[in-house]
Design a protein around this ligand. Structure first.
Ligand code: COI
Length: 356
């Protein structure tokens, strides 16, 4: 078995760069990929020698288990470049820990921390030109693990592939986000995989989200599967409600992703002296607050989405428009987060990690 603390990493550099063809001002999220990718295979009970190689298509057998049983997990992270050209990650250890928690739930092997960081940091240094400076720009990083073993029996694989691919990104949502509160479909259930970044969690949302989009809503805010009475998360984001000046959000559970942006906002709220109520959030309470004017904001928080204000919601065939707030918490949290991420403001919680 390879000793992760002395990780060998084989590197094959791309002969040419695709960067000359990229219009960084007009990026569609997740469509453009950098020159290189990180790959490490698991076989014979161990992670094999990791590699960085040119970004390229790969061959898998049609019987690879990932295609049949969705044994796949992923992470979402971002790298930032400051005005001096230094590269920063934001709370990367949290992502490294979370991908292994997701893997454990899907009966997949943990990926060693040393491999994760060596692969990620080497990749970022090789593709550094793809990280554009300036608030609002980032390189979105997508670590993921798939079951590669060719076998269609429904059981965990014996071979896996861990990879990291990188995509320059601007905002995930542009413009106002209107949401539907879920009344029929569910994203996750007690004892399920809702807390994990399991690929299937996302696929399961596509159909109901497409129905919501036909009605003019970008996203669904999922409610608890048993009663549909409590608001949970949005699938691409955790959700916060501002009732008067109190920030309200659902507690994490086995149904809700333990979002790193969510965690950071809760800390920033404390730093800013904002009252926080982490509690189950009844749909009825939010509707009542919208009616009596105490609902000041709803916003989503996630790595890709950063902080995205929600301008309206529908539930029970009633549409509630949320008036714009010129002293919005969402705008303040977004600014504070981005200034920490881009090495503009003090990092008093040690969230920044420099890639040297
Ligand atoms: C992220 O925010 O990084 C996610 O994984 C959400 C995804 C839908 C882009």
């Amino acid at each position: 078995m390879i000793d992760p603390s002395n990780t060998p990493l084989s590197i094959e550099k791309s002969a040419t760069s695709k960067i000359v063809n990229v219009d960084f001002e007009n990026l569609t999220f997740g469509r453009t990929f950098t020159d290189h990718m990180f790959v490490c295979d698991y076989a014979d009970g161990a992670w094999q020698e990791p590699k960085i190689m040119p970004y390229q298509a790969m061959t898998l057998e049609p019987s690879a288990r990932v295609f049949h049983y969705g044994q796949a997990v992923f992470e979402g992270m971002k790298a930032f470049k400051d005005a001096a050209g230094k590269i920063w990650l934001f709370r990367p250890e949290d992502n490294q820990e979370r991908i292994n928690k997701s893997s454990a739930r899907l009966a997949m092997p943990a990926f060693p921390k040393e491999y994760f960081f060596k692969g990620l940091e080497t990749l970022l240094k090789m593709d550094a030109a793809w990280i554009q400076p300036g608030v609002g720009n980032s390189l979105y990083l997508r670590p993921f693990v798939i079951a590669t073993e060719p076998a269609i029996s429904a059981s965990p694989a014996n071979t896996y592939r861990f990879m990291i691919i990188c995509s320059p990104a601007k905002a995930y949502y542009s413009g106002k986000v209107r949401v539907l509160f879920a009344e029929k479909y569910s994203r996750s259930a007690n004892g399920g995989v809702g807390f994990a970044k399991a690929a299937g969690n996302y696929a399961a949302q596509f159909y109901p989200t497409a129905l919501a989009q036909e009605k003019g809503y970008q996203q669904i805010i999922w409610t608890d599967a048993s009663t549909h009475e409590f608001l949970e998360e949005a699938g691409t984001m955790n959700i916060f409600f501002r009732i008067n000046d109190t920030l309200v959000t659902a507690p994490i559970s086995d149904r809700i992703l333990d979002g790193i942006t969510r965690r950071s906002i809760l800390q920033l709220a404390e730093d800013n002296g904002i009252a926080v109520d982490v509690k189950r959030v009844p749909v009825s309470e939010i509707k009542e607050a919208a009616r009596n004017g105490s609902l000041k904001e709803i916003f989503g928080a996630g790595t890709a989405a950063v902080v995205s204000p929600i301008s309206a919601f529908e539930h029970g065939n009633e549409v509630f428009e949320i008036p714009e707030n010129d002293r919005s918490f969402a705008a303040m949290f977004k600014k504070q987060l981005q200034e920490i991420q881009h090495n503009i403001s003090e990092d008093k919680h040690g969230w920044r990690h420099e890639v040297k």
